[in-house]
Design a protein around this ligand. Structure first.
Ligand code: HEM
Length: 396
């Protein structure tokens, strides 16, 4: 692919801040996106197995919790998918838009598959609630849709990483193909990504068992059951994912690359932490580090592919625009930070308390809730006030 074509596909307006910042935010937010993708797939998948174990008292207690975890994770993975989407289209717009054009039909299908899959998940959730273990077939179909969405996401990524083949995909044998059915898969990369769902749900279960262990209404045998199930899933899953990762790195010639080696070391430490299961909250923290490393590997590969063609994001014209940056950072850090802290604190306290938790009687929850409301109200006024002022200034 000619560099001039890639440059022509960039946004002529440039970008509002230094590219390296967008790149860092991409790595960070994609790690968050994939963390919830894997938790959703892992907990939904395990819940399907749990739904078949109707005579086991522990599975009967765990399955609805896994279904609930999957349900919340899907909503979080969607919200957290938007952020890397925005960052990737800012610095790698040639790649993202070409992939979306070549695979236009699949992009439409992705949206509807996600809607149908998620709606069916709610069906599964309510069926399970009503019948104490029902809805397995609906759950399995919903799970299939969600996995399919992941395969499509993967295909968009792979296509975006093949600039040298774009013309051939657009004009196979010299004839323009406007179908939008381009579909590419890198089997080992995909298998690695999806396999991570097993250790992620395992480590989640270890943390879950620690979390509920302080509650009197959860029996010790149940806590031990979930901890041991989590440890098994984490160990088996990590060994499998590590093998697939090494294979993937080997096939693309990155095995001895520093970031790839760092990831392998990170996974080995994660394996040790989860096998011992002394403090699962620390294991979760380390899992975040490993997720960031994997996200870094992905970005490194893409950066290298593009740099080989002479396209480097660091050369992207910067049209410094401080007001948008201030708006973005204050939204992300102040509103996002306080709002997320409020929700997390509430969720933690609800989970830790027996019976109904009344947030209005809790000083810290009430304070954070009030701050969140005040910040959100101020944000709405500033956002619309600012936007309308600029709009009227420009058109009047
Ligand atoms: C059930 C639904 C979804 C699943 C299972 C899923 C899974 C995945 C997977 C496996 C990847 C990595 C692909 C690879 O590197 O080979 C990925 C990447 C990504 N996903 Fe998702 N995803 C889902 C929904 C979404 C949604 C709704 C959004 C946006 C709102 C989104 C945004 C992204 C972005 C931006 C990337 C990185 C693309 C790139 O930079 O090339 N995903 N997703």
């Amino acid at each position: 692919m000619e560099l001039s074509v890639l440059l022509a596909l960039r946004d002529p307006a440039g970008i509002p801040f230094y590219p390296v910042v967008f790149q860092g935010l991409y790595i960070l937010t994609w790690a968050l996106h994939i963390a919830f993708v894997l938790l959703a797939l892992g907990s939904a998948g395990l819940s399907l197995f749990g739904s078949t174990q109707r005579n086991n008292v522990h599975w009967k207690q765990l399955t609805p919790h896994l279904i609930q975890t999957g349900k919340l994770s899907v909503s979080l993975l969607i919200v957290l998918g938007v952020a890397p989407l925005l960052f990737t289209q800012v610095i790698y717009d040639p790649n993202w838009y070409v992939a979306n054009t070549l695979s236009g039909m699949w992009v439409f299908i992705f949206i509807y598959a996600l809607i149908v899959g998620y709606c069916m998940y709610y069906w599964y959730y309510y069926a399970n609630k009503a019948k104490h273990g029902g809805g397995v077939i609906v759950g399995a179909i919903s799970f299939g849709f969600l996995v399919f969405c992941g395969v499509l996401m993967h295909s968009f990524t792979v296509t975006s990483l093949m600039p040298n083949d774009w013309m051939e995909m657009y004009m196979p044998n010299g004839v323009v193909d406007m179908g939008g059915w381009t579909f590419n898969v890198e089997t080992i990369r995909l298998a690695f990504m999806v396999s991570l769902a097993i250790p992620v749900v395992g480590i989640f279960l270890q943390a879950y068992s620690r979390f509920v262990s302080t509650r009197k209404d959860f029996e010790a045998s149940y806590v031990a059951f979930t901890a041991s199930l989590g440890t098994k899933a984490a160990i088996i899953g990590l060994v499998l994912s590590a093998a697939l990762f090494v294979l993937w790195m080997f096939t693309i010639g990155y095995l001895f690359h520093p970031i790839s080696l760092a990831t392998v070391v990170g996974v080995v430490i994660l394996l040790g932490l989860s096998a011992q299961n002394r403090n699962s909250y620390i294991t979760v923290g380390w899992l975040v580090v490993v997720a960031l490393l994997i996200s870094g590997v992905r970005e490194w590969i893409r950066y290298d592919i593009m740099a080989a063609l002479g396209y480097t994001i660091y050369d992207y014209p910067v049209n410094l625009e401080l007001p948008s940056l201030i708006m973005f950072l204050s939204t992300f850090l102040v509103m996002g930070g306080v709002g997320v802290a409020y929700l997390l604190m509430m969720a933690w306290k609800v989970g830790k308390s027996e019976g109904v938790f009344d947030g209005s009687k809790d000083v810290a929850v009430t304070k954070l809730g009030n701050y969140t409301l005040a910040i959100m109200s101020a944000w709405i006024v500033i956002f619309f006030g600012w936007g309308l002022t600029i709009l009227f200034n420009n058109i009047l």
